[in-house]
Write a protein that binds this ligand. Sequence first.
Ligand SMILES: *Cc1c(COP(=O)(O)O)cnc(C)c1O
Length: 388
Amino acid sequence: MSVNIEFADRLKELPPYLFVEIDKARREAVAQGRDVINLGIGDPDYPTPAHIVEAMKKAVEDGGNHHYALDAGLPALRQEIARWFQGRFNVALDSDTEIYPLIGSKEGLAHLPLGVINPKNKVALTDPAYPAYRPSILFAGGKIVSVPLKAGNDFLPDVAKIEKINGLKMIVVNYPNNPTASVATREFYQGLVDLARSKGFVIVSDMAYSEVYFDNQKPVSILEIEGAKEVAVEFHSFSKTYYMTGWRIGWACGNPTLIAALGKVKTNFDSGIFQAIQVAAITALKSPPLVAEEMRALYQERRDLVINGLRNIGWKITPPKAAYYVWAKIPKGFSTSMETAKAFLDKADIVVTPGNGFGEAGEGYIRMALTVPKERLHEAVERLKKVL
Ligand SMILES: *Cc1c(COP(=O)(O)O)cnc(C)c1O
């Protein structure tokens, strides 16, 4: 007897995860023996700094760290996060009620809607956006309303348009932004927080790239805005700041009710973060400033190489202000994002991400990640010289 096993309807509704599709095309090219330069996925190419790895080694050998961790994590980790946040943003957080550690910020972003969104509640998502937000909102039964991000407004949503969405329950914003590499201004956050307080909706801020910025222009946290804690929760990550993408650790902070809702969902789904990783994360937060400064200098050098190199071959791109992506209008002679990405792979063995994979408003753009060494970026520019 054969049983007909099918995916649940909620899975069937989802589009394929963008990076899986891109990676399949890349793997096919690599399997053919081609020398592929992968500017597709934004995973830092450097290993985690040695002092963090050393802290992990010690923590792994301590049997006290081998048990189920507390759901809300080590108090020492939450206290260190509070100290770091105070130093970086001048915002005081209560380490017991306003901070919750996560198995990577993506995990928390995915679980929050289950704790806050009821079926048919409206949730505003920017277009383009990081693809991971959408599925969890749909799983919670939420209804997605798209808010376009336009170059003319520095890829910030128009607060006047958000005001017109009746019965809005939640909005997700992400600055420094993936994929557009734009940053939020204090004025934008102020307007959004004021609106959220008067209309009664929740703001989710994804700040995974808080420390990846250029020209010393430090991005602001939404929690710096007066009254933000009444309506906002912000997601932070160790992944990008400390080259720790594989470790899976981050945190949520902000409004205590939102933190409690997220905590309650998580208590039912997971059993905490491996405690040795939490111990290593404390060491990461105590890193000398030089660690993040070197990371920024590395990406800034790569950014300048790509922007200048492409300008010299006739492709003018607005330089990113933060995050490690170049969000570029497709060059002359190409008509769609996908056509451009295909041509780059077929003719130059370069993987880029087609902008429409981040939403309809991303059509006409491609995203290039600066997570490969300078020599390879130089080589990419040389190859593109022949394609453009
Ligand atoms: C990388 C990334 C994340 C995920 O970070 P983790 O902490 O590794 O889960 C979240 N949001 C955006 C926009 C990202 O690009």
